[in-house]
Design a protein around this ligand. Structure first.
Ligand code: IPT
Length: 957
């Protein structure tokens, strides 16, 4: 088959820059005629201008045909969804024939047909004449249309094969989505320019390659000839200060506009520099994705991505794993993001056959590799935002990668070259890794990483800056460990930061499943929900992970003394004069005082007002917000903040304890309980066994004498708090094997044996909680006593047997009538928090309804815990409420389904509200980590089985 050729294309014109030209162009997007064939070999008669396509369907261009009712999407991560036998592809090769007629405006001559993106192989005819073919899905291709254009009506025909030899080079972790998914244009522009704009020693340098003359009216530059370098007084471009100058290059045929940003990227002493200053990437990996349109992303959506990134303190993007739509880079220039522009290349699936026949080292593929790199660099070379070229992702090692690097270095020596897949770094300028642990990143930061075998390569690599092109896998609940990475990135100059994996969940809108992931279209080979691992949900709602990232990436840091706050800027390229600062004091979450803070542009120590002495919990919150509108956010947008508790004397607390609350700290051994002291022989001193058949009453509560369970509380029908060790596994639990071990252990099916139910001043229920088929268990004693109108509960937990590994959760679960729908609490909020997440949350008084407490992870899993809750009131439905108070704090979740329901669900619509409200009151949870891909929970956030005490109080409210 011709689509099984190693050659990347034929008939195409040399690649050139994506430019804004005044030359006429004709937009050929819109409604085309479309026909899908199951194999590649159908007759090509449809290319003839007179062919009757009236029986064909209609299809929009740009689009992926599987998202318009023709065939289905398919998702694989590493695996190829076809047998590995390059360059061959299956006979079952969905093939989309596309046709459209267009009228040429009067007087039009010549022009190029430009395709900005077609997956994976396109063969193009104009008026029945074959123009050629192209591969390289996320790269542009231009054909000379001139000789075949006719006045009046013209007919364009394009045959697109889903599978081709090129598919072997496009094994990125994403949906396989064939189609003409970017614009088609007929343009009379043919210009190419390469503008070189640097910034060094406080001045800009400017020159260009190409034809014509360049002018920059704002700088008084006009008539600059190619190859002549001039200097100018300019403001530099940085992602923080994206200053652009409009340049025009005029040739005899056309004028092209290029927005010039003056900046120089360098590496000195192993430190990555921009304009001579250290450059720290606070980055994300961005795939192009829209839940209805796939990679045919509307402009407004690209803009939304950039705005969201800017508003969440993200300053960099790796365009994983292909060049994005050209407009995305214009937005990065304009709004300010550093970009690693990655070539459209991945051959990851060869890893599953021991990298045998990997195209990266096979000379027959060299031209295809070089073609992809040339088209990347030529298209995007004028963007100041693009500060590094990346050869691709996960393509193993080999000569073709070296050839790409050599060509790139020659063509554009101004930008460092990146590629992660070859740890020897033989062909690149920066040392890059993915998912390295904190410990390894620290070793690299210190320059004491394990050596390479080759001393020369080792010495070279040791002199390179380091970045994590992927880290902190944002799949489901999480990622944990962000703050600890950032601390390292900011501490060691060699570390140039990193890029979270990844920006968005690629969940496809589905009529019954909510969002679809791998397997939902019946794919025989797929990788399930591994495609749902973003910082924003498919509809771009920020997940808690993005909110945490915003906090971790914030550019202003605060520290407190007894009378002042010290403000430190971590901006690299601007001062603090665009921010306004203020402080606020809340007592138990109720505002008490608010005041402005006069912070110098360079930061520094600022005196705090004197706060009166007062008992009770008070917090001082300081904030930095935009003083005026920025192109990416309005005045008032919060950039950074910090909180500190006030002592009773009214000064910021200076101790080292985390007074925000639990944020899980090791559970101290069970303390002596004030309730029902046990005597040495284990018998209660003041308690007597309950009598069978008689309900037990303690204050406003009724207990079952057999199970010891609370059945009624303040007149409400409740199902009493009982120990639970289980959480609906999060993705990091599932993919790390922890879920499997926990299920083996039976933590999801605990039995509760009641050993004694004793009454006296209160009630004591002694139990042993354990799964079947093992001798491990927990001895759990519940002690209830009346306090005022309410009840106090002390739960003592004592592990029984050899518990050798972390447990997911330690807490009690109860249920309330379904009429409850609102929770007001004092603790961390407003969002969810787990031991190693929730940096975005702050101590305050919050209120939400039960639906709002749920985090809609596309794959349902444990979510929505409010941490460090001092007290919470559950109310609603017109009846009395309940107040739960922690001593000192507890973790709270409230849901309309049980943990078991959440555990069983695989898509959001599976979660159907039931009759009850299920409430978890937790002492601790195991950390979240990032083990779905990368390191697990850091040891300090592990929850291990050990003696523990949970103290709660219930009051009518
Ligand atoms: C890494 C890939 O580069 C990325 O595309 C994505 O698949 C990620 O994994 C997982 O979501 S590669 C992996 C072997 C570390």
């Amino acid at each position: 088959m011709e689509c099984e050729d190693f050659t990347p294309g034929s008939g195409r014109l040399a690649p050139r820059a994506a430019l804004r030209s005044d030359a006429p162009s004709l937009d050929l997007n819109g409604t085309w005629r479309f026909r899908l064939s199951p194999t590649a070999g159908a007759a090509e008669d449809f290319a003839a201008p007179g062919y009757d396509d009236s029986s064909w369907d209609e299809l929009p261009v740009p689009a992926h045909w599987p998202l318009h009712g023709h065939g289905s999407p398919a998702y694989t991560n590493v695996a190829y969804p076809f047998p590995i036998d390059p360059p061959h592809v299956p006979t079952e090769n969905p093939t989309g024939d596309h046709r459209r007629a267009f009228d040429l405006p009067d007087g039009w001559t010549g022009g190029r047909l430009r395709f900005d993106g077609v997956e994976s192989y396109a063969k193009v005819w104009l008026n029945g004449h074959l123009l050629g073919f192209t591969t390289g899905s996320r790269l542009p291709a231009e054909f000379d249309a001139g000789p075949w254009l006719k006045p009046g009506r013209n007919v364009l025909a394009v045959r697109v094969h889903q599978w081709s030899a090129a598919s072997y080079l496009e094994d990125q972790d994403m949906w396989w989505l064939p189609g003409i998914f970017r614009e088609v244009t007929l343009t009379r522009s043919s210009a190419d320019v390469f503008v070189h704009a640097g910034f060094a020693g406080g001045r800009g340098t400017l020159s260009f390659e190409g034809d014509g003359l360049l002018s920059v009216p704002e700088l008084g530059i006009s008539g600059l000839e190619p190859g002549v370098e001039i200097t100018a007084e300019v403001e530099p471009w940085t992602a923080e200060t994206p200053r652009l100058y409009e340049a025009v290059v005029t040739t005899a045929e056309e004028s092209v506009r290029v927005r010039v940003g003056f900046r120089t990227i360098g590496i000195e002493d192993g430190v990555l520099l921009a304009n001579g200053r250290p450059l720290l990437f606070k980055g994300v990996n961005r795939h192009e994705f829209h839940p209805s349109h796939g990679r045919a992303v509307p402009y407004a959506t690209m803009r939304e991505d950039v705005l969201l990134m800017k508003r969440h303190n993200i300053n960099a993007v790796r365009t994983s794993h292909y060049p994005p739509h050209p407009d995305f880079l214009h937005l990065c220039d304009e709004l300010g993001l550093w970009v690693i522009d990655e070539c459209d290349l991945e051959t990851h699936g060869f890893t599953q056959v021991g990298w045998r026949r990997n195209p990266s080292d096979d000379p027959r593929w060299e031209e295809a590799y070089l073609d992809r790199m040339r088209r990347t660099v030529e298209r995007d070379k004028n963007h100041p935002s693009v500060v590094m070229w990346s050869l691709g992702n996960e393509a193993g090692v080999g000569r073709n990668l070296a050839a790409m690097a050599a060509w790139t270095r020659e063509r554009d020596p101004s930008r460092p070259i990146h590629y992660e897949g070859d740890w020897s770094c033989a062909d690149v300028d920066v040392y890059s890794r993915m998912y390295a642990s904190h410990a390894e990143v620290e070793a690299i930061g210190k320059g004491v990483e394990d050596p390479l075998d080759d001393p020369e390569l080792d010495a070279r690599r040791r002199g390179m800056p380091f970045l994590q092109c992927e880290y902190a896998h944002a799949m489901g609940n999480g990622p944990g460990g962000l703050a600890e990475y950032q601390e390292l990135f900011e501490r060691y100059p060699r570390l140039a930061g990193g890029f979270i994996w990844e920006w968005i969940d690629h969940g496809l809108a589905h009529p019954t499943l909510g969002y679809a992931y791998g397997g939902d279209y019946g794919e025989p080979v797929h990788d399930g929900n591994f495609v749902i691992d973003g910082l924003v949900f498919p509809d771009r709602t920020p997940s808690p992970g993005l909110l945490d990232l915003k906090k971790v990436y914030e550019p202003v840091a605060f520290s407190f003394s007894e009378s002042s706050v010290t403000v430190r800027s971590t901006y690299g390229f601007r001062d603090l004069s665009h921010l306004s600062f203020s402080g606020e004091v809340e007592a138990e979450g109720v505002p008490r005082a608010a005041f402005p803070l006069a912070v110098p542009a360079g930061g520094g120590e600022v005196k705090l007002p004197a706060f009166p002495a007062e008992e009770g919990e008070r917090w001082l919150t300081v904030r930095a917000v935009l003083a005026g509108d920025e192109p990416w956010a309005d005045a008032g947008h919060e950039v950074s903040w910090a909180q500190v508790p006030l002592t009773a004397g009214g000064t910021p607390y200076q101790g080292t304890d985390d007074l925000s609350g639990i944020h899980y700290r090791p559970v101290p051994p069970a303390e002596e309980s004030a309730l029902g002291q046990d005597s040495a022989d284990g018998a209660a001193t003041f308690l007597t066994p309950a009598t069978y058949g008689e309900q037990i009453e303690v204050a406003g509560a009724t207990f079952d004498p057999v199970t010891g369970r609370l059945t009624r509380l303040f007149g409400l029908d409740v199902d009493g708090p009982a120990l639970e060790l289980w959480r609906a596994p999060i993705d990091n639990d599932r993919y790390s094997g922890a879920e499997w071990r926990w299920r083996q252990l039976g933590l999801d099916r605990l039995t509760h044996r009641v050993d004694a139910v004793e009454t006296g001043d209160g009630l004591v229920v002694r139990t042993r909680v354990a799964p079947a088929a093992t001798d491990l268990g927990m001895r759990v004693t519940y002690r209830w006593i009346a306090v005022g109108e309410g009840l106090e509960l002390v739960v003592d937990v004592e592990p029984d047997g050899e518990w050798s590994e972390p447990i997911p959760r330690l807490g009690v679960a109860m249920s309330l009538p379904g009429r409850f729908d609102r929770v007001t609490w004092f603790g961390r909020g407003p969002g969810e928090a787990y031991p190693d997440t929730g940096m975005a949350t702050r101590v305050g008084r919050w209120s939400a309804n039960i639906d709002e407490l749920q985090t809609p992870y596309v794959y349902p899993q444990e979510n929505g815990q409010r941490a460090d809750v001092r007290w919470a009131e559950l109310s609603g439905g017109g009846g009395p409420g309940v107040r739960v108070t922690g001593d000192p704090v507890f973790g709270l979740t409230a849901r309309r389904w049980s943990t078991a329901d959440l555990d069983r669900a695989t898509h959001l619509p599976d979660l159907v509200p039931g009759e009850r409200v299920h409430v978890n009151l937790d002492l601790a949870q195991h950390g979240v980590g990032t083990a779905a891909c990368g390191p697990g929970t850091l040891p300090r956030y592990e929850l291990t089985a050990r003696p523990a005490t949970l103290r709660l109080r219930f009051d009518p409210a």
